[in-house]
Design a protein around this ligand. Structure first.
Ligand code: SF4
Length: 152
């Protein structure tokens, strides 16, 4: 079997790249095994898109733009990061991704509702959407078992 490569949100692997300068490490045996196998490719679309860390929290609005809480439009940086994620997948023939749920870049089932109220709605992040448009299968840290079943 050809060795699978999996794009992973860098924050899930303990890299302090989140908007608040923190990480969101996931201590799951599957992720640890895949990392030991050398299958994981860490990536942060928002950093790759040129945003600093720490940075202002941003949410996707109903019109599709990505705005910070003080109404700065950061859509261009989010799109740039998504395009870089896609380029990396294409260069390394990556067909799978594990991306951080609820993030405006990486969410795959839900995102925050754009009101900075802490409420989530069904939806996907900018990077997730672009990867899926190019037939890359995106999972979150909450459904690693589904990816395991696919790879088995
Ligand atoms: S953009 Fe994705 S990888 Fe970067 S901090 Fe946010 S959730 Fe993590």
């Amino acid at each position: 079997m050809k060795t699978p490569k999996i794009l992973v949100s860098a924050c899930l692997l303990g890299c302090p790249v989140r908007y608040d300068g923190q990480s969101k490490p996931v201590h799951h045996t599957l992720l640890q095994r895949w990392q030991a196998n050398g299958w994981l490719v860490p990536f942060c679309p928002e950093q790759a898109g040129g945003l600093p860390t720490p940075r202002l929290a941003a949410e996707i609005q109903s019109d599709g733009r990505v705005m910070t809480g003080c109404e700065r439009d950061v859509t261009t940086a989010f799109v740039r990061g998504a395009e870089q994620a896609l380029t990396l997948c294409q260069q390394q023939q990556i067909q799978y991704a594990i991306l951080k749920e609820s993030s405006p870049s990486c969410g795959s089932s839900n995102i925050y509702n754009g009101q900075f109220s802490g409420q989530k709605i069904p939806g996907e992040g900018i990077t997730t959407r672009l990867l899926r448009q190019h037939h890359i299968q995106v999972f979150s840290e909450q459904n690693l078992d589904e990816l395991f079943a696919l790879l088995s």
